[in-house]
Design a protein around this ligand. Structure first.
Ligand SMILES: [Ca+2]
Length: 281
C-alpha cells in the first residue's frame, strides 16, 4: 500500500467554518440638551379615536417559499446514467446523485442531479463536454468539523466533468441552504476542478485527509525527478465560501518509484477508490 504523509502533524487550523458575523451596533446619538431659544409651540394633539380593535387579520405565516431549483430528469434517450449515494443535506438520511448525458446529435449535453431524500431534486447543467462526459463518482466532505451543529456537516459529491488523454477533471457539487444543487467554483467565477491525470512525468490525483476533528479534500501533484524519484505535493483544498473552494496549504515531499505511481494519478476518499491508479475509470 502507499504511504502518505499525514496532515495531522501539521497545523491546519481554522478548518471549521469561521462564521464571522460582523457586529452591527447602531448607536443613537442623543444630542445634549441645547438651550432652546425657539419659542415653544403648543400643539393640540388630537388623539384619534381608537378604532375598535377587532381581531386584526393575521397575515399568513411567511411560508418559506418552496425552493425553486433548476431541475430535470433523464429522458428516455439519456446515455451513461449513473447513480451514487451521499448525505447532501446532513440529516443522516442517505440521498443520491445522478449523472447522465442527453444526446444532441453531434454529442451530448451532460447533467448532474442532486436528489435529497424527502426533499428537493435539482440539477446542474454542465453542457457539452466535448470528448468528455460527466459521471458522479462518490461523496466527500470538503469541510467536516467534529462537533459542528447537527446538519452542518454535509457530504459533497465529486463527479467527472471532463477528460483528456491524460485523465479526468473532477468537479465538486453540493446543495445550498434551500436544497438547490450547485458546482463549487474557484472563487473567481470558474469551476474548481481537481485533475486526476497520469502521464509519463506528471501525475495528479485526490484523496481525503484531516486531523483534529476536521476532514477535507487534498489534491495530489507529482512530477518526475531524477531516476525513479518524484517530487510530490499535497495541496489542501479549502472551502473559502459557500460555493467556493481554493488551493490552500501545500506540503511538499519526495517519493520513489512504484509507491508514487500507486498513490498519485488516482482519486480515493476514505478507502473508496473513485478513480484507480493510472487514471483508471
Ligand atoms: Ca440526507
Amino acid at each position: 500500500m502507499y504511504s502518505r504523509r499525514s496532515f495531522t502533524a501539521l497545523s491546519f487550523t481554522g478548518l471549521a467554518v469561521a462564521m464571522v458575523v460582523a457586529g452591527c451596533s447602531s448607536s443613537h446619538t442623543i444630542g445634549g440638551a441645547a438651550t432652546s431659544t425657539a419659542p415653544l409651540v403648543t400643539t393640540t394633539t388630537t388623539v384619534p379615536e381608537t378604532t375598535t380593535s377587532t381581531t386584526a387579520p393575521v397575515p399568513p405565516p411567511a411560508t418559506s417559499a418552496p425552493a425553486v431549483c433548476a431541475d430535470r430528469t433523464p429522458s428516455g434517450s439519456a446515455v451513461q446514467v449513473g447513480v451514487i449515494n451521499g448525505d447532501w443535506n446532513g440529516d443522516g438520511t442517505v440521498d443520491s446523485a445522478l449523472s447522465w448525458g442527453e444526446p444532441t446529435g453531434g454529442g451530448a449535453d451532460w447533467y448532474v442531479r442532486m436528489q435529497i431524500s424527502g426533499g428537493t431534486n435539482s440539477v446542474v447543467a454542465l453542457g457539452d463536454l466535448g470528448a468528455g462526459f460527466a459521471a458522479a463518482l462518490g461523496k466527500v466532505d470538503v469541510d467536516f468539523a467534529l462537533g459542528a451543529e447537527p446538519g452542518v456537516n454535509h457530504d459533497e459529491m465529486v463527479a467527472i466533468v471532463g477528460s483528456n488523454a491524460a485523465g479526468y477533471n473532477l468537479g465538486v457539487f453540493g446543495t445550498n441552504a434551500v436544497g438547490c444543487a450547485f458546482q463549487f467554483d474557484n472563487g473567481a467565477g470558474m469551476p474548481y476542478e481537481i485533475p486526476v491525470h497520469a502521464a509519463a512525468a506528471t501525475m495528479s490525483g485526490m484523496m481525503c485527509d484531516g486531523g483534529m476533528g476536521s476532514r477535507f479534500v487534498v489534491r495530489l501533484e507529482a512530477e518526475a525527478a531524477a531516476g525513479t524519484d518524484w517530487n510530490v505535493h499535497y495541496i489542501q483544498v479549502k472551502r473559502t465560501g459557500e460555493h467556493s473552494l481554493s488551493d490552500w496549504t501545500v506540503v511538499d515531499d519526495a517519493m520513489s518509484g512504484a509507491s508514487a505511481v500507486a498513490s498519485f494519478g488516482r482519486a480515493e476518499c476514505d478507502g473508496v477508490v473513485l478513480i484507480g491508479p493510472g487514471g483508471d475509470y
